[in-house]
Design a protein around this ligand. Sequence first.
Ligand code: ADP
Length: 161
Amino acid sequence: MVIAVYPGSFDPATYGHLDVIRRASVSFDKVVVGVLYNSTKSPLFSVEERVNILEKATKDIPNVVVKPFNGLSVNFARENNAQVIIRGLRAVTDFEYELQMAQTNRVLAPDIDTVFLTTSLEYAYLSSTIMKEVALFGGDLSKFAPPEITDAVKAKLYEEK
Ligand code: ADP
């Protein structure tokens, strides 16, 4: 049984993330999405909210589970008996950082491999940050995430004002 973890901030998830999760769920027996308690970024959604959002958005995929985590991705992988860490690659701008992370993780845990899934072209430009910026200025979010997520973004931004 090959288990993969997919760590990230997911603040909140977009169609880009959901596409990576769906595709990973085909190649791996189980995908554990890890939602990071991030001490350096100040997220729009709490980790519990981000987990909740992802659970709802992936409820139709039986071999996907969503969990919060803190600390190193390799430790999260070990705790979940995963052999693989999944990351998404959008453009060359992602590449340098992702390569450095993958190499660091290889030094820390040589038995765990990083697998990159290249983004589907229609989501190559998309990030949680872009979605939040468009939301801030009242733009149409329907191309970025499913309605339950975009509604949560709008409610959150509205509630914060
Ligand atoms: P992090 O803070 O760890 O980068 P993100 O939530 O921004 O967390 O992203 C998690 C992972 O998903 C990263 O590997 C990122 O490259 C990938 N990702 C983000 N957006 C997309 C997208 N539109 N298409 C494919 N992969 C994506």
